[in-house]
Unconditional design. Structure first.
Lengths: 314, 221
């Protein structure tokens, strides 16, 4: 049964100047609102974003696979551990500390970071060092946008990243078998960090990131093996010397600082020349596909490494 | 209990032992093994092979510790291990590498964990072929037992193979390696003790010493 419609108060009518700027408004304020005030941020919230020319037109991997097949050792070493346990991680409130060689060191609330950036959808290939790959529609913004805001000093040569440490919410960080030295750390050369392909992602498939995929904010560097794309970032430091990185500390001969996807340089224990695209073909009978140099982004990034011996700097 | 075990048929063990493999394969065919069914199938089959190797190795220590004797089921455990090792290898050749002979050859030659895995499998083949009463008679019990002790080497190789497949040092492969080590050490301890007991019970040394002393005494006269 419908009652008669109430007359709309003139105060509730959106002024035209705001109405015509609604997309702009949605991009910033709504994204910030999506992250603020939602208790626990337990459920995915839709984001507003624009398309990007950097996206691949390859079909994206099903969301079900992207959110159930994860490496996030803070929650355990099995592929299904993150989706099982990451719900315990509290991502609200969240802030990222930016320090080191910057003129404006500060701790930024996530909402504050999102107010000043424009979100884009970047459909990127992701190649795991284990020999599988996905195509993921990330929502994010260039890392350089955030770094510029902190104003790196001329002496800054590298960027170091750190993941949350919270054993009470991350079962992989307590117990007998500690797989890595927490916090998980990663690093990039400053020019790699400032490259337009390098983004901080806050969502996928149009919504805020599920915890198992590195909520609420994570790095995505599509031409490097997946472990370089550090999840659930709490700290970004600009530094002068090459920072220590988690997997490199664990096995220096297996995981280099650069870790650019390279079919010519095998992992000491397995080949990197081919990969299995998750969700492709019919399950058991999906053929491997050749792995491309720099994961297919050679045109954009190979020039960063001119003159470097990529077998020595693997 | 031992009497019941001695009378029990063996076929239920074969059926129950093969069931998880059939179930996993059915799940894989119906795309119910998650995002990477090939890896999942490969891993599960390999793990069951290792589990049955460990179970087979546990039979003798269990009996020596006063538990029931499961010796009459050991052949079934060994053949189940071989069944899963074959399925594990086939899933690698067929689904993982898509029968790409070049990639497979490169893997076997260049990847130590694949080399070790193949080595373990190669050991299991003659053990499976000779696991029947006719072969024991033909080879003679001593030679047959000597051949089947190679399963110790296969177990160590399989445990190392598992550790080398994974990144970092997660618990599961280390637990299996510890089980294999424990079961092999239990055998080593048992055979050393038996040798020691035989030695100290033997008249040999004391006898020689006494005879030597007596000879000296005679010569001194």
């Amino acid at each position: 049964m419908t009652r008669g419609l109430k007359p709309i108060a003139s105060s509730e009518i959106t002024p035209r100047e705001i109405y015509i700027r609604r997309r702009e408004f949605l991009g910033g304020a709504l994204a910030a609102a999506a992250f603020a005030g939602l208790p626990g941020r337990a459920c995915a919230t839709p984001l507003t974003f624009s398309k990007s020319a950097y996206s691949t037109d390859e079909p994206p991997t099903p969301k079900e696979d992207i959110t159930s097949y994860n490496n996030f050792y803070e929650f355990g070493t099995s592929k299904s551990s993150p989706s099982r346990y990451a719900g315990r991680m509290k991502t609200n409130p969240w802030s990222v500390k930016i320090d080191g060689l910057v003129s404006k060191p500060a701790t930024y609330a996530l909402e504050d970071i999102l107010k000043t950036v424009t979100l884009e959808e970047r459909i990127y290939r992701l190649r795991c060092v284990e020999g599988w790959s996905m195509v993921i529609p990330w929502i994010g913004f260039p890392l350089s946008d955030l770094l510029k805001r902190a104003e790196p000093l001329g002496s800054a040569k590298f960027v170091a990243f750190e993941t949350l440490v919270r054993p009470s919410e991350m079962p992989g960080q307590s117990g007998w078998f500690q797989t890595l030295d927490w916090p998980y750390t990663e690093g990039l050369r400053l020019d790699e960090a400032m490259h337009p392909l390098t983004i901080l992602a806050v969502g996928l498939y149009g919504e805020t990131l599920p915890n198992q995929d590195g909520a609420p904010i994570r790095l995505v560097v599509p031409w490097k093996y997946g472990f370089k794309s550090i999840k659930s970032i709490v700290r970004i430091s600009l530094v002068e010397t090459q920072p220590a990185t988690a997997w490199n500390k664990e096995a220096p001969n297996e995981y280099g600082f650069y870790s650019n996807v390279n079919p010519e340089v095998d992992h000491p224990r397995w080949s990197q020349s081919t990969e299995r695209r998750i969700g492709e073909g019919s399950g058991l009978f999906a053929a491997r596909r050749p792995t491309l140099p720099f994961n297919g982004y050679a045109d954009q990034v190979a020039s960063l490494y001119t003159g470097m011996d990529l077998k020595a700097y693997f | 209990m031992q009497r019941a075990l001695n009378a029990a048929p063996r076929w239920p063990l074969y059926a129950a032992g093969a069931a998880p493999g059939v179930w996993i394969f059915w799940l894989a065919l119906n795309d119910r093994l998650g995002a990477d069914p090939v890896k999942e199938l490969e891993h599960a089959l390999g793990l069951w092979a290792l589990r049955f190797i460990v179970a087979g190795l546990a039979v003798t220590p269990l009996r020596r510790l006063g538990g029931p004797s499961l010796v009459r089921f050991r052949r079934a455990l060994g053949l189940l291990a071989f069944f899963y090792a074959c399925a594990h290898l086939l899933s690698y050749l067929l689904f993982d590498q898509g029968l790409n002979a070049h990639a497979i050859a490169a893997d076997i030659l260049k990847r130590p964990y694949i080399t070790i895995g193949m080595f373990a499998f190669a050991i299991l083949v003659p053990l499976a072929v000779t696991s029947n009463a006719a072969m024991i008679r033909r080879m003679g019990a001593a030679a047959w037992q000597k051949l089947h002790r190679w399963v110790y080497v296969a177990a160590v190789a399989a445990a190392i193979h598992f550790i080398m497949v994974v990144k970092s040092w997660p618990a599961e492969p280390l637990i299996y390696a510890a089980l294999v080590a424990l079961l092999l050490l239990a055998r080593a301890e048992f055979s050393l003790r038996r040798r020691f007991e035989r030695f100290s019970r033997a008249p040999g040394r004391r006898h020689r010493q006494e005879r030597g002393a007596a000879l000296e005494a005679i010569q001194a006269k």
